[in-house]
Design a protein around this ligand. Structure first.
Ligand SMILES: *Cc1c(COP(=O)(O)O)cnc(C)c1O
Length: 219
């Protein structure tokens, strides 16, 4: 299959899963995860009208996205990997949405950088639903307090919550937990679901799914 065919199939499956869940058509956004792929592989996907992309490393994104953004209007770039404070300035300059805010320090640094650069990024809080020690994300129990802190103390626009369930587990309970937390926090956006489980995530209320290999091929 070509990259165009794979993209079309993912779009069809998102439409179908949205319908099956009894949800509004168009209520699930596709974030095309282009990490490890070069600009030449990304262009055909942009040509098919895809505008939202995800990258997990700031430095790698800087090697291709300034060029791609200059070629096409309206591209929206999401950071979906961990962010270190020393990369925050670069991240604020290039990305439109940061999905991986997970601690007070980075929330503060982002606040300072946005002010300095006059840019306002939309943020997601990453939640470690499986409480995995090696994985980033805030403890589900602390999510509400952290969201309130980001909004009230720092004035951030918190768009929603994001999670990456443990690889070997049934993702359903993790998606359900994130959906409940989003309600508890008074938020509405849920970034959850990847190539292997995006249809399940849609059934649990995902408003955006992050799909890489099902579009671009194996990394
Ligand atoms: C790589 C990545 C994805 C996409 O994974 P695929 O299985 O290739 O679809 C989604 N979310 C995050 C946070 C990732 O790092």
């Amino acid at each position: 299959m070509t990259i165009e065919e794979r993209l079309a199939e993912v779009r069809d499956r998102i439409t179908e899963a949205t319908q099956d869940a009894g949800r509004e058509p168009g209520s699930v956004q596709l974030v095309a995860v282009s990490k490890t792929f070069e600009a030449a592989a990304i262009r055909p996907v942009i040509q098919q009208g895809q505008r939202i992309f995800g990258e997990n490393r700031v430095q790698e994104a800087e090697s291709k996205w300034p060029e791609l953004k200059a070629e096409t209007d309206g591209l929206e770039l999401h950071l979906i990997g961990p962010l270190q404070s020393n990369k925050a300035a670069n991240a604020v300059a290039l990305f439109d949405v940061i999905e991986t805010v997970d601690r007070e320090k980075i929330a503060r640094v982002l606040s300072e950088e946005m002010l300095k650069q006059g840019r306002s990024l939309r943020l997601y809080i990453q939640v470690n639903t499986g409480l995995e020690p090696q994985k980033a994300g805030i403890d589900p129990k602390e999510t509400r307090t952290f969201v309130d802190f980001c909004r009230q103390d720092l004035g951030h626009t918190i768009e929603g919550l994001m999670c990456i369930p443990p690889a070997e587990e049934n993702p359903g309970p993790h998606f359900a937990l994130l959906a409940k937390l989003v309600q508890d926090c008074g938020l509405s956006k849920l970034s959850m679901g990847m190539s292997g489980d995006y249809e399940t995530a849609i059934a649990f209320g995902a408003t955006s799914v992050r799909v890489g290999s099902a579009i671009f091929g194996q990394r």
